[in-house]
Design a protein around this ligand. Sequence first.
Ligand code: ADP
Ligand code: ADP
Ligand code: MG
Length: 683
Amino acid sequence: MFTRILIANRGEIACRIIRTARRLGIGTVAVFSEADREALHVHMADEAWAIGPAPASESYLNGAAIIAAARASGAEAIHPGYGFLSENPDFAEAVEAAGLVFIGPSAKAIRAMGHKDAAKVLMEKAKVPVVPGYHGAAQELVVLAGKASEIGFPVLIKARAGGGGKGLRRVDHQSDFADALSAAKREAKAAFGDDHVLVEKLIASPRHIEIQVFGDHHGNVVHLFERDCSLQRRHQKVVEEAPAPGMGSDMRAAMGATAVKAAKAIGYSGAGTVEFIADASEGLRPERFWFMEMNTRLQVEHPVTEAITGLDLVELQLRVAAGDELPFAQSDLAIEGHAVEARLYAEDAEKGFLPAIGQIDELVLPEAIARVDTGVAAGDQITPHYDPMIAKIITHGKTRKEALAVMRAALNQTRVGGLITNTVFLKRLLCDRDVNAGRLDTGLIERAFSGMSLAAPYDPELAALAAIEIIMAGSAVTGGSHDHSAFAQLGPWCHWGWPRRSVSLVCLGVERHVVLQRTGAREWLALFDDGEPGKHPDGMAPPRDSILLRVMPGRHVGERLIERLDPDGGRRRTVLVANRPGCVVITAQATTHVFDLTSERAETDADPASGDSVIAPMPGIIKEVLTRQGASVRAGQPLIIMEAMKMEMTLAAPRDGEVCDLFAQAGRQVEDGTMLVLLKAQE
Ligand code: ADP
Ligand code: ADP
Ligand code: MG
């Protein structure tokens, strides 16, 4: 066995590999880009080497720098993880040429499966059923369009070098073919530098079922059963499970044997995955599955296989790479229970699952009840340079039902503060009827979620809090978390005039105008106007709703304990606040609310005897309350008698109106600026 290995990757997979190596007593060397100086994998490894700037092309894809780090550190082998250089045969060769071991299959095997077209030719020869289609050399539009109509629409155009769902186009009609072809080629060229495509029949009711295979250098190849990865968005997996629901033992045996045949055809060693597409329109049938591609590396979703087999696939990879024979035969392997994995991403389900970037302010993961593989910690950034995955959550149960139930509980315990994540989406998906019944296909997510809003509903309490945060942070929202001890002190603006600040925010595309008044050290009255642009109150427009909110610091930085004090109140809740440039991000439980700041200004009512409210002009005690909720009052009518600085003073109604809120209570101490009476809005 090796004494020291280098991990040519980052994030959760680097951490996961380090964990196993450590358990086996193998020294670990990490590599990092400039963006990852403080990353978790750097801290976890025994030592770490800088390999270049943040862009992957200059660091994690810089094979020469990685090999140099391996030699300098005395590592004997390189584990490539997944993605990056893991399926690059030139890198595998360069590693071997440098006298190091590549922990993966031979460069020859990687090359054989590297292009989907060549792989299909090879598989046909090995008598592995492949998805019907055209995977020849011709690339002219006329030829490909002709092949497409021979195959029969709908078809799928695929980049031969594709991966991660990129360079795929579904085409339903001949008339759309030319446009789809040029789009697919453009995308493939940009992503893989290779615009060669193949055309495949689009399988009906498709289920993505893949077989984990393992080979060693002694000619043994086994399979570790299947994973169902049909829950996909943008042709990318998001929830995976093992075994596949509804999979009979005959189908499992057929798929397993086919996958082993595929691996043996290329002399495979190490961990690999043979991906099949199955037509599930009439249930899973042994004659209705076809080879799609082989991934010659460890797969993101390998933990579900580990959960049902009790094996550590990284340990097996290390043993096989060190020359050991596989420690078991096919007949020794069995499935125990059921496992599910959910990928927690910083992405916006509402915006087509686009990656979301930002700082992770808070990270609570369900480690007590699930396996959690992560590569980030609170305080880390999700940058545009790398994959936006935050964590993988894996649950295991005796039955599928049990594993799903634990997953739902695990997601309920998950809290990521400060950026948009797919947590709510995952929770909904895990509650879906078809998902729970095991009626899966790759179109499920699109069908179940089209037109369904996943955004957290507008929450006026949080809008009020966002406005308060903006005021407390000072007029300039400059970014970074501001000093939360601001809550311990009074804002300076409190001491001049009759303080009102108005803040305009945009939430979910709707502009909201909030006028804030401080009514106590930690109490605020937020008045909302009708929210229609152009009707911004110039001190004139009638406020419609009001929220009286107490905001207290929470136990941790960025946390607030908020409580409604008006008649709608009663609930206290802890939320997490992040002040970002131009916006405030508030996380309440699993939902993230973004409030964009459009404008903010102070409105000093020069004449306190106008407007809608009666406010304590200085600190004091309420002696008497001369009115009641709902009373009609006339301008100048005494409403409150206050004692301040040993003087009694009478506070009168600023105008004719009706008392809509009465906050004053006889005997109560109030601070200056405290709102005592609010008149109903004028028509
Ligand atoms: P898998 O088939 O391994 O479960 P997906 O199909 O979801 O994974 O994505 C395809 C692959 O793309 C991933 O396994 C991973 O190898 C790779 N990948 C995509 N983006 C990145 C990235 N930013 N960093 C590393 N690997 C990536
Ligand atoms: P990638 O290399 O991007 O992973 P794949 O060939 O594995 O590309 O395809 C990605 C996904 O696209 C599959 O998991 C499946 O959901 C869908 N897909 C691929 N081929 C077909 C097909 N012939 N019919 C229906 N769906 C397909
Ligand atoms: Mg694939």
